[in-house]
Design a protein around this ligand. Structure first.
Ligand code: FES
Length: 125
């Protein structure tokens, strides 16, 4: 299993609280393959893949939360997820959850720990 690598994403104050922000990691196939949720002082990181049909959740950059900022919402078919757990609480994938990444705030920076994608390993010369 590949070793997790520390990635600095941004400073915590760059994300409203509550709020969300898409981001990519080196070797990502698409922009914003992941997203952060800043949630009442805590931060969570998820893969930007809906467990219902595998779509990106957001419909425009950083648009991951409901209008009232209370839940994560998938723009595909409206599934709703709890920000702190990633559990689907309404919609077509109740009982499933977003895939999370380890995330932390270190000296004001949001960091995530993720394995290097296999694609990077294959291109390593
Ligand atoms: S793809 Fe997210 S609810 Fe259907």
């Amino acid at each position: 299993m590949p070793e997790a690598v520390r990635h600095v994403v941004c400073r915590l104050e760059e994300i409203p609280d509550p709020g969300a922000r898409g981001f990519s990691l080196p070797g990502a196939r698409f922009p914003d393959e992941y997203f952060l949720v800043h949630w009442y002082g805590a931060v969570y990181a998820y893969h930007n893949v809906c467990p219902h049909a595998g779509r990106f959740l957001n419909w425009k950059p950083d648009a991951f939360l409901t209008r009232d900022l209370s839940l994560i919402m998938c723009s595909g078919h409206g599934a709703l997820f709890e920000p702190a757990s990633g559990q689907c609480v309404a919609g077509p994938c109740v009982g499933h959850a977003l895939e999370s990444l380890p995330a932390a705030v270190e000296d004001g920076e949001v960091v995530v720990y993720a394995a290097e994608p296999e694609e990077i390993k294959k291109l390593d010369f």
